[in-house]
Design a protein around this ligand. Structure first.
Ligand code: C2O
Ligand code: CU
Ligand code: CU
Length: 543
């Protein structure tokens, strides 16, 4: 497996201390500004009071792990742009027990190690928080017990440890991990805290997909840098609030933490696994030279059959697994991964009091100069003379779908996605640390239909929301409404198992989910991290 990136190895910890986090009280700042009075947020401490739950700060004796590792979040610095190194926050891993290839460092990157697991393994992760603020790790896409899901009420402070114990029951697939603290997920992911988690299983092994040097891992994230190569995130006040409302967009895209990497590859079939770990940017991915991609997997593992697509829409939180045929390319040919242009209005409509994109927004600088939908080049593959082994895209990838059928009689719940009282909301409510509404209470293992309805609201604020559910993967049953002319539509891949679905402006997307068998408090939310942090997140309780 090859992680696209810079060849030289990572320059270790620079010994930077915990630098003051000037933006930690962003929302508190807002509540001081005139406009944000309406947000009515009291800051983390008040609502962060834990309910009787199951924080785990020590290993349990009955649990015998196959894999045990320490995952530390700490300040670090890394070379991203020429010149001064960039101060980041970085997950580092240390394997205590298990196969030697469990952890793979991403060379020269702030990204955490790739964690490679197999279905059936029992895993213990000791998360050590060396940040100056609270944090907790969530395993995005994995079906784990409540105590291992990284709910914000379980966050631990500086110098503390949280112990995760779970069995990998998910299918082979491309999952990931990132922090999930109350109102700080966006900031912590932006500072660098994220990593891939790959699961393998026997069904996938049998396909003998391209691996080793022909398996490419690509994490897409947009960032903004100042003149001294330091990350710029939104500040307080009006400008910061607008960035929160719209979602923060950087002005350049990094792949595995590096701008526009070029990678030498064999003229062979490649498996390309993509994760959109951006805070708010949507990509409409395509390869130059009209190279077609066979989409073989989504968030929750392999599709039943490959889909041949020219473009692929990938929203924050989502993953894609592709096969790419580079066998006929002459040595030295360059193929670029691009994000195709789409109308900004396809991802975000209207504006709070007409400000979005208007002269006032420009003046305040709250709008990225690379808006959602701007065409972008993301990375380059350059072929060398060497060929790869013969390979054919399998006609059938997985029989897992055979176990699924649409349910006609499952309980249906409509979940409006709206902008009201100056905040994004989910089902008419915003996040509260332990609050669960009756319709958010579900029986373990029961099947429900949830309909995410992206409604036009009186203020004209509307956005494409990637809605994510913790616990089990779900199926998209149908997608109705919206504008037929939305250019993101052509790239949507709704097939297979997903944990994050993009709901375009005006659309209603119905998903069928069979909830986890683990009882407890889980989350569902918009994966635009600024929306999540502002409260476009709710608990559901599995009983
Ligand atoms: Cu990837 Cu609750 O998040
Ligand atoms: Cu998740
Ligand atoms: Cu959203």
């Amino acid at each position: 497996m090859y992680v696209i990136g810079r060849p030289e190895s990572h320059n270790g910890n620079s010994g930077l201390g915990d630098r003051p986090t000037h933006r930690r009280d962003l929302l508190r700042l807002f509540s001081l500004s005139a406009l944000a009075g309406a947000i009515g947020c009291d800051g983390p401490s008040d609502s962060a009071r834990p309910e009787a739950s199951s924080p785990q700060t020590a290993p349990s004796t009955g649990f015998v792990p196959d894999v045990e590792l320490v995952l530390t979040a700490a300040p670090d610095e890394v070379a991203v742009l020429p010149g001064e190194p960039t101060r980041v926050w970085h997950f580092t891993g240390h394997l205590l027990k298990g196969p030697a290839d469990t952890l793979q460092i991403v060379p020269g990157s702030y990204l955490g190690p790739v964690i490679r697991l197999r279905r059936g393994q029992k895993v213990r992760v000791r998360f050590a928080n060396q940040l100056a603020e609270d944090s907790i790790v969530h395993w995005h896409g994995l079906d784990v017990p409540e105590s291992a899901d990284g709910h914000p009420r379980l966050a631990v402070g500086h110098g503390r440890e949280y112990v995760y114990e779970f069995e990998v029951t998910n299918r082979a697939g491309t999952y990931w991990y990132h922090p999930h603290p109350h109102m700080r997920t966006g900031a912590q992911v932006y500072q660098g805290l994220a990593g891939l988690l790959l699961v393998r299983d026997a069904e996938e092994d049998a396909l003998a997909l391209p691996s080793g040097g022909t398996e490419l891992l690509c994490v897409l994230q947009d960032r903004q840098f100042d003149g001294r190569n330091q990350l710029v995130f939104h500040g307080g006040g009006m400008m910061g609030m607008m960035a929160m409302m719209n979602g923060f967009l950087g002005d350049r895209v990094l792949v595995n933490g590096q701008p526009l990497p070029t990678t030498e590859v064999d003229a062979a079939w490649h498996r390309v696994r993509l994760l959109n770990a951006s805070n708010a940017r949507i990509y409409k991915l395509a390869w130059s030279r009209d190279i077609q991609m066979a989409v073989i997997g989504g968030d929750g593992g392999l599709l039943e059959k490959p889909l041949h697509q020219q473009a692929l829409t990938l929203a924050p939180g989502q993953r894609a697994d592709l096969l790419l045929d580079l066998t006929s390319l002459a040595a030295g040919t360059e193929v670029h991964l691009e994000s195709q242009a789409f109308a900004e209005a396809d991802a975000s409509v209207g504006g709070m009091m007409g400000m979005r994109g208007g002269p006032m927004m420009g003046m305040m600088g709250g709008r990225s100069n690379v808006p959602n939908g701007a065409p972008l080049r993301l990375m380059t593959l350059r072929t060398r003379a060497r060929k790869g082994p013969a390979f054919r895209v399998p006609e059938n990838l997985s029989s897992f779908d055979a176990a699924w059928s649409p349910s006609a009689d499952a309980t249906t719940r409509r979940v409006p996605l709206t902008f009201q009282r100056m905040e994004w909301s989910l089902g008419g409510r915003t996040f509260d640390m332990s609050d669960v509404a009756p319709e958010e209470t579900v029986a373990a293992g029961s099947t429900h239909l949830w309909e995410f309805a992206n409604l036009i609201n009186p203020m004209g604020m509307q956005a494409a929301h990637p809605i994510h559910m913790h616990g089990r993967q779900f199926r998209v049953v149908n997608r109705t409404g919206g504008r037929a002319t939305n250019t993101l539509r052509a790239g949507l891949a709704d097939g297979g198992w997903r944990d994050t679905v993009l709901v375009l402006p005006g659309e209603t997307v119905r998903v069928q989910v069979t909830f986890t068998r683990h009882p407890g408090l889980y989350l569902y939310h918009c994966h635009i991290l600024e929306h999540e942090d502002m409260g476009m997140m709710r608990n559901f309780r599995v009983t």
